[in-house]
Design a protein around this ligand. Structure first.
Ligand code: DC
Length: 227
């Protein structure tokens, strides 16, 4: 299996458990985990810091030549994100950065700017790549495509608990409202909207705990790859 080169595209809305499950899956398969949301977050963070309106395509495009995003991957699957050489792995998780990331990710120039970086990682390594358009746009030939989802309330509850654990709590209603706004943005943008690829397997984790979700994803991948 180690010699076999393949890609697993894991797409879905926020709070479906993508990043945790993608990381665990990559670890189990001994391949690289790539969190593509983190690179949109890095661009969003730069716009926030520069006081650039993240909806203003001309302003964001003008800023892009100053943006150098890179990432490193440790053996344990941990990805660290760098913005112009600065480690921003923690800063990009702040709630205000989520909205900026969602806004800049709707811009064609930003998506084009980040596309090749994602594709080259998948060319060089077997990957589990999580995002919104991995199976539809970034890696349309991925050997395995999974669309991971869960009910709105379940996803918002997970985000609420995650924010609490991070020490940046927010009222549940606010978390749910923001999630709905991001879901709407992510599914209604003109460029690479979040949608299920025709050949994706849908995994709904609403009624599953982490271990059950993990087992179902690994089973789906192994069946698809015949490993
Ligand atoms: O997965 P996340 O919440 O870290 O993603 C941050 C934002 O980036 C989210 O609003 C959707 C966007 N995104 C995207 O448009 N395409 C991707 N492949 C990954 C994330």
């Amino acid at each position: 299996m180690e010699n076999k080169h393949f890609a697993v595209a894991l797409d879905g809305p926020s709070g479906a458990g993508k990043s945790t499950l993608a990381k665990e899956t990559a670890r189990a398969l001994h391949i690289m985990y790539v969190d593509t949301g983190a690179i949109y977050r890095a661009v969003g963070l730069y716009a926030l810091r520069c006081g650039v309106d993240p909806h203003d395509e001309a302003a964001v495009s003008a800023m892009l030549p100053e943006v150098k995003v890179s990432m490193t991957h440790a053996d344990d699957g941990t990805q660290r994100m760098y913005l112009n050489g600065e480690d921003v792995s923690e800063a990009i998780r702040l709630p205000e950065v989520s909205m900026y990331a969602s806004a800049v990710s709707a811009l064609a120039s930003v998506r084009a700017f980040l596309l090749e970086m994602q594709r080259s990682l998948a060319r060089e390594h077997s990957v589990v790549m999580d995002g919104r358009d991995i199976g539809t746009v970034v890696l349309p030939d991925a050997e395995v495509k999974i669309f991971l989802t869960a009910d709105d309330e379940v996803r918002a509850r997970r985000r609420f608990l995650e924010l609490e654990q991070r020490g940046t709590p927010k009222p549940f209603d606010e978390v749910l409202a923001e999630q709905k706004e991001r879901d709407w943005n992510d599914t209604h943008r003109d460029v690479a909207p979040l949608r299920q690829a025709d050949d994706a397997v849908v995994v709904d984790t609403s009624a599953l705990d982490f271990e059950q979700s993990r087992a179902l994803i690994l089973k789906t991948i192994r069946e698809k790859l015949g490993i």
